[in-house]
Write a protein that binds this ligand. Structure first.
Ligand SMILES: [Zn+2]
Length: 102
């Protein structure tokens, strides 16, 4: 997911530990029914996250300082690519449906 859609602000009080972020990714992976081969958290320049063809997800560590709703959007977006490798109609419908779940 490219950084163009990023909020311009970062609030430190939203910072979460890596373990919590990983738990969020795992919880959403179970909901969506996918199993990432590997989940990495490291500094990315142009993207919030990426998905390799091998099924390895990489998330930008700056996400740890983003609000929960935005983290969820990036996590669901990237996990969904393990099911739908493009941004077509199906992807958009599923993304919207998952983001409406609580
Ligand atoms: Zn994408």
């Amino acid at each position: 997911m490219r950084k163009a859609a990023a909020p311009q602000w970062e609030l430190l009080e939203h910072a979460v530990p890596r373990d919590l972020f990983r738990a969020e990714v795992e919880a959403w992976a179970r909901r969506i029914g996918v199993r990432p081969r590997e989940v990495r958290i490291r500094a990315l320049k142009r993207k919030w996250a990426s998905c390799s063809s091998r099924g390895c997800l990489t998330f930008d560590e700056a996400l740890l300082r983003q609000p929960a709703a935005f983290r969820r959007e990036v996590i669901v977006h990237e996990l969904l690519h393990l099911k739908v490798p493009n941004h077509g109609r199906l992807f958009k419908v599923l993304l919207k449906a998952y983001l409406q779940m609580q």
